[in-house]
Design a protein around this ligand. Structure first.
Ligand SMILES: [Zn+2]
Length: 270
């Protein structure tokens, strides 16, 4: 008995059953009347040879399907290894070029000069709000800012921040008026010996000194008001105090405590 070549209940099964029935009836009649040989033998041979060929093709298809499954599994395994290898190569390149992409914000310090009632960075950029995203001012493209391949010259683009607040304060004159701040750096951050250059910076703690008053805060609303109108913020939340060495030391300590503190990106009012 040949193996079934088509699913049970298919038209092919019906055909085969009908053909078996006809063949049986034909054999009975031939025996009854003593006739040898079958006139339809050639057609029967043709069907059998075709069925044999179909069986071989089915076996080959099963082999190909098995090989395909094996290849798909191998591709998945190699892709996993490739993903790891590429991540490793990227990490190595970033490490070699002192570049960090961190899911966590890197903390640094900045100062702003107070001019015409607003805060300006050292590079004379007006900070209208307590956050800023760097652009490359030398037409070196928007990708990969801050640039770390030297394409935009010196000083390279990015928002600068110092690793330690003392690095900033030591160069400020006795009559300096402005703000010191703790900033959160995100996006591409390039590390240098004493500081960082970052794509994004956001002020999370601020100390303002001007007009015989001072203010230290890590309240996001007060910080936002201070960047919009420093004099108003000092009048409303500030305290009287002479801008001397002692006050600056206290403000630096205040900011450093905030750096070590448990604040998160969303809530800085620890
Ligand atoms: Zn640049």
């Amino acid at each position: 008995m040949a193996l079934p070549l088509a699913p049970a209940g298919s038209p092919d099964d019906d055909d085969r059953a009908e053909l078996e029935r006809l063949a049986g009836e034909l054999r009975r009649l031939q025996m009854r009347y003593g006739i040898a040989g079958v006139g339809s033998q050639r057609l029967d041979d043709l069907v059998r040879s075709r069925r044999g060929r179909i069986r071989i093709i089915d076996e080959q298809m099963a082999e190909l399907a098995a090989e395909r499954r094996r290849l798909v599994t191998e591709v998945a395994g190699y892709q996993k290894a490739l993903r790891l290898a590429r991540s490793h190569e990227i990490d190595q390149l970033r490490k070699e070029h002192a570049e960090a992409w961190s899911p966590f914000a890197i903390r640094g310090y900045r100062f702003w000069h107070l001019r015409q009632g607003r805060f300006y960075g050292a590079a004379r950029t007006l900070w209208e709000e307590p956050h800023l995203t760097a652009v490359c001012g030398r037409g070196a493209g928007r990708d990969e800012v801050p640039h770390s391949d030297g394409r935009c010259g010196v000083p390279a683009c990015g928002i600068y921040a110092a690793k330690h607040p003392h690095l900033l304060v030591r160069n400020l004159g006795g009559s300096w008026q402005g703000a010191l701040g703790l900033v959160e750096l995100t996006g591409k951050v390039v590390e240098h010996a004493e500081g960082y250059r970052a794509l994004h910076a956001r002020v999370v703690a601020l100390a303002v000194v001007a007009g015989g008053r001072w203010l230290a805060t890590d309240d996001a609303t007060v910080i936002a008001v201070a960047f919009y109108d420093p004099i108003h913020a000092l009048a409303r939340w500030g305290e009287l105090g002479r801008c001397g060495q002692e006050l600056r030391t206290n403000l630096v300590e205040y900011l450093m405590k905030r750096e070590a503190g448990p604040w998160t990106s969303e809530s800085n009012s620890a």
